[in-house]
Structures are given as structure tokens and as C-alpha cells.
Ligand binder design. Structure first.
Ligand SMILES: Nc1ncnc2c1ncn2[C@@H]1O[C@H](COP(=O)(O)OP(=O)(O)OP(=O)(O)O)[C@@H](O)[C@H]1O
Ligand SMILES: [Mg+2]
Length: 401
């Protein structure tokens, strides 16, 4: 019985129910059916519990992980007339970028086949058309556009970070965890939960990318807009699916702006906020991989969540040395050496973050070095900090930054 949703979904949203006779008939049918019936359905959440318990066996076809999707792409393109334009790299990228199921992939490939005659095709045209079709498909089925993370900046400077833990120890612990022997009993392997917190622009997100690259692991980022749903129980399911996907893919799960997930249960007014936080805590306790959460608002986080993070790392504004070294990473040496006066001006900027330096670099990156001097840039950085409502002028008698 394919597409059995209309028959089985006896419980509708807003908790209204259909005719009970119909429900009774269905239960009776399942109890007394003499033939074997295989029911195929898309949804389970609108079925009555009394109905669910009547199935002798159930099989959940989970959402594909990126790697599984890549295999589907490989199978579906094996006999495609345009397969020579679909190289492994193209397929890997499409599989990672579009979270589309097998039917969506097949339909996009069919459409490209009928629109593009092989004699007019080339890699760029095939790829471009597939991207267009898959983007529309994701939009149509309500997945919307998921903003991917920018790649790790090639100007990344780990030594510039100002954090309150020994960063090498953290890297060592993460490497040891990632390389742990898969033969170790599951309960002994456990999870590695990291919390990065601190002011905006201090380098939390960039460090997550650096860490995943160091570990050679894929990064799965989930934002509140993707997981939080208005449907009863759906957010909890999305949270479970996110952990499950990361575990199957052996990827690092990254929850950015984690305060929107971990609503402090003491101040939560709505029951769904409490159950969403509960689900997260349960998953944190039981998953077998690496979870990283970032937030600016540490004190909004649920207290019970805190002890489930084995590492809590504060990201702070740059130190005096960090300020100069990161400045040079972005703006030197094409504009010549910094004078000691210019260095003093840079180290004198209070609460300077990598984000401020990066913002000014993005403004001037296409300008010629002749047109924009170190003094212009330092002035622009001072203004950038001022825009955050913080004085760029040195505070007398204050600590290292
Ligand atoms: N160590 C670093 N070396 C070079 N650039 C860096 C470094 N850390 C961060 N950056 C750059 O600074 C910018 C801000 O960093 P990031 O986005 O990681 O800050 P954040 O702490 O996550 O901020 P928010 O709390 O607002 O999300 C990014 O564009 C990033 O590329
Ligand atoms: Mg961030």
C-alpha cells in the first residue's frame, strides 16, 4: 500500500480527529487482515498511537547523510547520457550542497537530460542547470536556502587567538577523541562537547572550521532556523536527526548561536522550550561524536547544559601581540613595515577583535596598496571598534588587551 498517508494519518494537526468509526475500522482491519500488507508512508506523526502499535514491524528510511547521497548520485548518473560532465568532484559538491532525496536527484537528472541535448552540453552548463533545479526543488519542498559556512580563511592565524584555555591541549584532546579506536565499547567512547563563548568577532566560528579541518572531519552546521519548528514535537525530532546525521557521517556537529537552542528552563515560559532543551541535553549525554556550540550569551544557557560541556572556552579580544600579528597577516607586508608608532596605535585599540580587522580588510581588499596606507587602515579599524560602541582609546591601567 504505497502513499498510505491519507489512510493512516487519522490524527490531524491541532489535535482534531477524524471520524472515530473510520479509526475503528482501520484498527479492526489491521487486527484481522489475513494477508501480509506493507504500508509505505511519508509521515508518522499524524498517526494514532493505537494504530502505530498494530504494525508488526516498522522500518524508518532516514534522511541520507552526505556520503549516502553521494552514492545515490553515483548510481543514478552511471548510465546518464551526460555522465562525462558529472565528475566525482562535481558529484561530491552537489551531494554536499543539496540535501535532496533520491527522487529529487533523479528528477533533476531527468530534467537536465531532456533540456540539454548531449551535443550542446559542457560541464559548466550541466552543473549550472542541476544547481538551478536543485535549488528550486529545495525551496519547493520547504527546505529553503541553507547558507553554507564560508571556507576557513587562508589568512587564519591560530597564534593570534586569545582564549582562556591552553589551545594546544584542546587540539590534542580533540585529535585523541577523533582518532579513538572504534573497537572501544560505545559507552566508554562517549562524546566530546565543546562550548565556545565570548564577544562577537572574537573568532569562535572560524576556530570551529579550523578544528574540523585539523581533525579531517566534515562539519555539519545547524542553525535555529533549520531545527526549530512550530509543529508539536518536530523540533525534538529535528534535534535527534541532526545528532544522528552527524554520528552516521562521523562529522562534527556545530550549533551556532546555541543560546537559541538551550533555553534556560528556569526562565522558559513555554513547555516546548523546556522539552526542546531536554531533548538537547539527552542527545548531548548519549551521542558518540563531537558537538560544538557557540554563543555570545553564556548566561542565557541552561545550567544543566553547562556540566555536559567538557570544555568551556572563552574567546576574548586580541592580546597586544595578537593585534599586531593579525594586522600583519591581513595587511602586510605589501604596504611596507609598520613603524613603532603605528604598532603602538594598533596595540592601543581596546577590545580589538579579529572580526574588526577582517571587516576593514574586506573593505579595502580590492584597493591598491598605494591608495590606502597603514595609517588609513589603522584609522578605519579604530572607527570600526567605535561603531561597536566601545572606545578604541586605551584605558589607563588596564590589562593585556
Ligand atoms: N585566528 C584568526 N585568524 C585570521 N582571521 C580570523 C581569525 N579568527 C577569526 N578570524 C576572522 O574574523 C572574523 C570573525 O570571526 P568569527 O566569525 O569566527 O567570530 P565569532 O566569534 O564567531 O563572532 P560571532 O559571535 O559574531 O559569531 C571572521 O571573518 C574570521 O575569518
Ligand atoms: Mg560566530
Amino acid at each position: 500500500m504505497d502513499e498510505a498517508d491519507t489512510l493512516l494519518n487519522t490524527r490531524y494537526m491541532f489535535l482534531t480527529t477524524r471520524d472515530t468509526v473510520e479509526k475503528g475500522w482501520l484498527n479492526d482491519f489491521l487486527d484481522h487482515a489475513r494477508t501480509k500488507v506493507i504500508w509505505i508512508t511519508n509521515e508518522r506523526q499524524f498517526m494514532e498511537t493505537s494504530l502505530l502499535r498494530r504494525f508488526s514491524y516498522s522500518l524508518h528510511f532516514k534522511k541520507f547523510t552526505g556520503r549516502e547521497r553521494e552514492n545515490v548520485w553515483i548510481n543514478l548518473t552511471a548510465k546518464h547520457p551526460l555522465r562525462r560532465f558529472l565528475t566525482r568532484d562535481v558529484i561530491r559538491n552537489l551531494a554536499a550542497k543539496y540535501e535532496v532525496n533520491a527522487a529529487g536527484i533523479a528528477s533533476a537528472l531527468d530534467a537536465v537530460k531532456s533540456i540539454l541535448p548531449p551535443k550542446n552540453a559542457n560541464e559548466k552548463a550541466v552543473r549550472g542547470m542541476l544547481e538551478e533545479l536543485l535549488t528550486r526543488h529545495e525551496e519547493l519542498i520547504g527546505q529553503g536556502f541553507k547558507r553554507p559556512l564560508n571556507p576557513l580563511t587562508d589568512r587564519y592565524d591560530i597564534s593570534a587567538l586569545n582564549v582562556d584555555v591552553e589551545i594546544n591541549l584542546l587540539l590534542q584532546a580533540a585529535r585523541a577523541f577523533a582518532g579513538r579506536d572504534s573497537k572501544i565499547a560505545q559507552e566508554e567512547r562517549g562524546s566530546l562537547n565543546l562550548l565556545f563563548w565570548g564577544r562577537p568577532g572574537t573568532g569562535k566560528t572560524e576556530f570551529v572550521k579550523y578544528l574540523a579541518a585539523e581533525l579531517g572531519m566534515r562539519l555539519i552546521i545547524k542553525r535555529a532556523s533549520e531545527l526549530v519548528s512550530c509543529w508539536l514535537g518536530e523540533t525534538e525530532k529535528n534535534i535527534r536527526d541532526a545528532f544522528d546525521e552527524a554520528e552516521r557521517e562521523k562529522a562534527v556537529l556545530f550549533l551556532d548561536e546555541a543560546d537559541s537552542f538551550f533555553v534556560n528552563r528556569e526562565s522558559a515560559h513555554r513547555s516546548w522550550e523546556v522539552s526542546q532543551t531536554n531533548e538537547l541535553l539527552t542527545q548531548m549525554e548519549n551521542h558518540q561524536g563531537i558537538l560544538i556550540c557557540c554563543t555570545n550569551l553564556l548566561y542565557n544557557l541552561d545550567k544543566a547544559a553547562m556540566r555536559r560541556f567538557q570544555w568551556k572556552v572563552e574567546f576574548k579580544p586580541l592580546t597586544r601581540e595578537g593585534k599586531v600579528s593579525l594586522y600583519q597577516k591581513y595587511f602586510g607586508p605589501a604596504r611596507g613595515k609598520l613603524t613603532s608608532k603605528q604598532k603602538d596605535r594598533i596595540t592601543g585599540i581596546n577590545n580589538l577583535t579579529p572580526g574588526d580587522i577582517k571587516a576593514v580588510w574586506q573593505r579595502y581588499r580590492f584597493s591598491s596598496e598605494k591608495d590606502v596606507s597603514h595609517d588609513d587602515i589603522i584609522g578605519a579599524i579604530e572607527k570600526e571598534v567605535e561603531y561597536r560602541g566601545e572606545s578604541p582609546k586605551p584605558k589607563i591601567g588596564f590589562g593585556p588587551c
